[in-house]
Design a binder for this molecule. Structure first.
Ligand code: FE
Length: 176
């Protein structure tokens, strides 16, 4: 029986060919993982990271960053672009004159160096970051102290998932 009230009654899924070489999608029903803290890898005393897509083939990663409490998250330089969408809470960069809040979008151009700090009036922030290339970390003297890229992130997430009892291979579902 055709359902006259259903606007999708006559709509069929795509029936044509799909390349056997195409990769599988990633679907994460609850990206915020509100009920499972194990998804959130501690990065600093103030910040956690939840992987969404770790693109080893193109050298970028998409993750949610969560900040709680007040502090400096990191000072770093980007050799390649970053896109950020603040979902809740807020933060700012010491080097820029704006303050990001829930709903703010940021394009971090290649070459930008910034120090991310949390805000005194914000309990918790969640931001979606799409980071291409790497973060090169600096100390206050301006000396390079390390870096993160999709591979150091994959290894760190693997170690984290191992430590919370999910096994290192848990990270593989996020890799493309
Ligand atoms: Fe950045």
């Amino acid at each position: 029986m055709r359902d006259e009230t259903d606007p999708l009654a006559d709509v069929k899924p795509y029936q044509g060919p799909i390349s056997p070489f195409a990769l599988d999608e990633i679907f994460i029903e609850d990206a915020f993982a509100r009920d499972d803290e194990r998804m959130w890898m501690p990065v600093t005393p103030y910040s956690w990271s939840r992987p969404l897509c770790l693109c080893a083939s193109q050298g970028y990663w998409v993750h949610l960053s969560k900040y709680r409490g007040q502090g400096v998250v990191s000072c770093h330089r980007h050799p390649a672009p970053v896109h950020a969408l603040i979902i809740k809470g807020g933060w700012r960069y010491l080097e820029h004159d704006w303050t990001g809040r829930g709903g703010s979008y940021v394009f971090e151009p290649p070459g930008d160096i910034h120090t991310l700090v949390t805000l005194p009036d914000v309990d918790e922030s969640i931001t979606l970051f799409n980071v291409t290339g790497s973060l090169i970390y600096f100390n206050e003297a301006g000396e390079t102290t390390g870096y993160a890229d999709v591979f150091t992130r994959i290894e760190a997430y693997a170690k984290h998932f191992e430590s919370v009892g999910l096994g290192a291979d848990y990270v593989k579902q996020f890799i493309r």
